[in-house]
Design a protein around this ligand. Structure first.
Ligand SMILES: [Zn+2]
Ligand SMILES: [Zn+2]
Length: 60
């Protein structure tokens, strides 16, 4: 799920990888130019929510 949104009203905000490699979150609020940028964001967020990021990695 999106490491920034996480959830909207209890529903996970899933990430969608575009054909050109861009990654956008389900609501369109966040976007990353590539998976490396997303990983960087996840690493930063993991300081406060390790479980959430781990959860996303497994489902990916
Ligand atoms: Zn988002
Ligand atoms: Zn969202």
């Amino acid at each position: 799920m999106c490491p920034l949104c996480r959830e909207h009203d209890g529903k996970r905000c899933e990430l969608i990888e575009q054909p050109d490699g861009r990654i956008v979150c389900g609501c369109g609020l966040h976007a990353w130019p590539n998976s490396g940028a997303l990983e960087e964001t996840c690493r930063r967020m993991s300081l406060t929510s390790t479980r959430q990021v781990h959860d996303w990695t497994q489902s990916y």
